[in-house]
Design a protein around this ligand. Structure first.
Ligand code: NAD
Length: 359
């Protein structure tokens, strides 16, 4: 494949995305390139069977077009599963805008991207994601109605991470009830990896409910506010997974649980907001063998999607919160089925989502 010099320094030739495309049961894949502006956008629509494919738009550099496509395909499939398990009338989609390595006009770029979204006629609805902000959604909104999370929408709380954190707290409560037979978070020790938008709000919720916190972050300012506000104990980022605690809550990067560190995890529960928490699905089996209860990421972190869905369709905030609150019950069902059938929680969650997606 020819290199796109506005975007990449290396030239990769990797046909992996064809097999990912097939394995993930796609769907549609759209690529839009505009050399004058530097736009190189990928939109993956995994499914529209349950409704339009709603999913965020990432803006970040990639080392190759193939890497960006694979990321987009996997993320869009995850959105289908997240919507299905949350009983939302939505499909799954995602967009990736590859950040140019040359100067670019951000407004122009997002306007062109918005036009591309518009050409899909509502099959894909875009939203904020890593590297994009509400002001980008405001630009997109000037050229298409198929965008949510912009400043004109009526929600008082515009930031989806508030509902995401609430859902993660409810998910931790379900896991603590199931695994530790405790009805309260009082004195439950939680180790949070990453106290950014979601992690900080989760720390606040947990602190208000009497939990004890150990935290880490690579950003010292984020660490400081958790120490000042919640008396959190601080540990180095490379040690957070080893903390002897009740709950390990990954709220930063992809793959916080990987082949290198799985045996060092020292908590009976893993429950956090990060997307793609397990490096591969085999690790779900290893966690089960180690007696560690894993709350599947796309179930526990669905609060953000529920927020943007409710905003887009003009639902009341209270209804959205009630829907997020239900993450507690969904997880309990998954935990109970997993024990009964002696299967990893991820298998049960995927099966539930697939029943809704494909039946
Ligand atoms: P964020 O960027 O605001 O926060 C991430 C935090 O992790 C930052 O403070 C960053 O400094 C820190 N960090 C980065 N690398 C780290 C490392 N190696 N060790 C420790 N800390 C590190 O992002 P966010 O919006 O809070 O999202 C966190 C995670 O939750 C992401 O995986 C995101 O995809 C997922 N998620 C977020 C939402 C939402 O509503 N924002 C919804 C669903 C899922």
């Amino acid at each position: 494949m020819k290199s796109f010099t506005d975007h990449f320094t290396s030239n990769a030739n990797n046909p992996e995305f064809y097999s990912v495309f097939q394995q993930l049961q796609y769907g549609e894949l759209h690529i839009k390139r505009d050399t004058a502006s530097g736009l190189l956008a990928i939109i993956a629509i995994h499914s529209t069977r349950l409704g339009p494919a709603l999913g965020g738009c990432r803006f970040q550099p990639y080392h190759s077009l193939e890497a960006a496509i694979i990321d987009c395909l996997r993320l869009a499939q995850g959105m289908s599963y997240k919507a299905a398990i949350s009983h939302l009338p939505l499909g799954g989609g995602k967009a990736v805008l590859i950040k140019p390595n040359k100067t670019y006009d951000r407004t122009h770029l997002f306007r062109l991207f918005g036009q591309t979204v518009n050409e899909l006629g509502g099959r894909y609805i875009t939203a904020e994601d890593s590297g994009t902000h509400m002001m980008d959604m405001d630009i997109i909104r000037t050229v298409t109605p198929y965008v949510t999370g912009n400043s004109q929408q009526s929600f008082i709380q515009k930031d989806p991470s508030i509902l995401t954190a609430f859902g993660v707290r409810r998910g931790i409560e379900a896991a603590v009830k199931y695994q530790l037979q405790k009805d309260s978070l009082q004195n439950i020790h939680v180790a949070i990896q990453g106290v950014g938008n979601v992690g900080y709000r989760l720390a606040k919720e947990l602190h208000q409910h009497g939990a004890i916190l150990t935290i880490c972050d690579i950003n010292p300012e984020n660490v400081k506010r958790c120490v000042a506000e919640f008396s959190a104990k601080v540990i180095a980022p490379e040690q957070i997974h080893q903390v002897a605690c009740d709950v390990f809550a990954p709220c930063a990067l992809s793959n916080p649980v990987n082949t290198q560190n799985i045996n060092e995890i020292n908590a009976p529960i893993i429950a956090g907001s990060a997307n793609n928490q397990l490096e591969n699905l085999e690790l779900a089996v290893r966690l089960k063998e180690r007696g560690i209860l894993y709350a599947p990421d796309y179930v526990i972190n669905a609060g953000g999607l529920i927020h943007v869905y409710a905003q887009y369709y003009g639902k009341q905030e209270s209804i959205a919160k009630e829907n997020v609150n239900n993450i507690y019950n969904t997880l309990l069902i998954i935990f109970e089925c997993a024990t009964k059938e002696n299967l990893p929680t991820t298998t049960i969650a995927n099966r539930l989502a697939e029943q809704r997606l494909y039946s």
